[in-house]
Design a protein around this ligand. Structure first.
Ligand SMILES: C[S@@+](CC[C@H](N)C(=O)[O-])C[C@H]1O[C@@H](n2cnc3c(N)ncnc32)[C@H](O)[C@@H]1O
Length: 271
């Protein structure tokens, strides 16, 4: 089948997207980029990919929309149960001990690449449920996709999107309506939603937990290493990093230590 873009145009779009976000379209996923561009040109009055490209190089808002359209936002509540078991049975108890030793009472968490919000809401519900009285939690949830972030902020999920939420959480932390479930304010208020591109420093510091799951899989090695270093800089002296179960820091220059808990593999910052 003939390509929608010629090789030169494909290279130009690929480089533009990579430089702006770290998202890397290789030859093997070229068709995904091509189909998104085709859709964009069909909806607009633009006559050619070249015309669209020249707009993108001048118009930052247009570039943001392109980045939004090339992201993959698939997610679900309590995705990867083993991670949530690790949080509940290992990470939260370790942090509570540590916080008590240092006289602090706040756990700071970042869901980086939070998509439509299922991940940060799952974390916030679990924290509310398992942390001892007096220990508070603050979750920052960020994404490059404004569309996804708006859904996250709204906190409304149709009936077919709430699979995976334990019944006791669904009853306790959501208001049910005919067509779906709305997250209650007591959970929403624990989360700060932020439009952020992982290409740049977030300004977050002293984080206790960073979850960046199923995000760096779309980056190439150099972009992965850069974002992992940014996480390191934003985290507390002793803290915990979760990446997706099909992602790895193996072979990367990093100070994070691989750690196998009884439930899942995560990374530790210990210095
Ligand atoms: C597949 S979703 C993962 C959602 C969730 N973390 C999970 O594991 O279910 C990947 C998310 O990463 C976001 N993303 C990709 N590149 C990004 C970047 N450079 N900065 C911030 N978010 C990015 C996408 O917009 C998308 O919402």
């Amino acid at each position: 089948m003939e390509n929608y873009l010629n090789d030169i145009d494909f290279g130009k779009f690929r480089d533009l997207i990579y430089d702006a976000s770290g998202i890397h379209f290789s030859e093997s996923n070229r068709v995904i980029l091509e189909s998104r561009l085709k859709e964009k040109l069909r909806k607009s009055e633009l006559s050619s990919p070249g015309e669209y490209y020249s707009i993108l190089t001048r118009d930052k808002e247009e570039l943001k929309q392109l980045l939004d359209s090339v992201t993959t936002n698939l997610t679900r509540f309590f995705r990867n149960t083993a991670h949530f078991e690790t949080l509940e049975n290992y990470v939260f108890p370790e942090l509570v001990k540590l916080k008590r030793e240092t006289g602090s009472n706040k756990i700071k968490i970042w869901s980086a690449g939070c998509s439509t919000g299922e991940e940060p809401y799952s974390i916030a519900m679990m924290a509310k449920e398992v942390l001892p009285p007096g220990m508070s939690v603050e979750v920052t949830a960020s994404d490059l996709s404004l569309k996804s972030l708006m859904t996250a902020k709204a906190g409304f999920y149709p009936n077919n999107r709430v699979n995976g939420i334990p019944d006791k959480y669904l009853t306790k932390y959501f208001n049910q309506s005919d067509d779906g479930y709305m997250v209650k304010d007591e959970i929403k208020n624990l989360i700060k939603f932020d439009y952020h591109n992982l290409k740049f420093d977030s300004g977050n510091r002293n984080l206790d937990i960073v979850l960046c799951r199923n995000v760096i899989i779309y980056f190439d090695d150099a972009a992965q290493e850069a974002v992992i270093q940014k996480f390191w800089d934003s985290m507390n002296r002793k803290s915990f990093l979760f990446i997706g179960h099909s992602e790895s820091l193996f072979g990367m220059k990093t100070q994070f230590e691989f750690f196998k808990s009884d439930w899942a593999c995560i990374y530790l910052k210990t210095s």
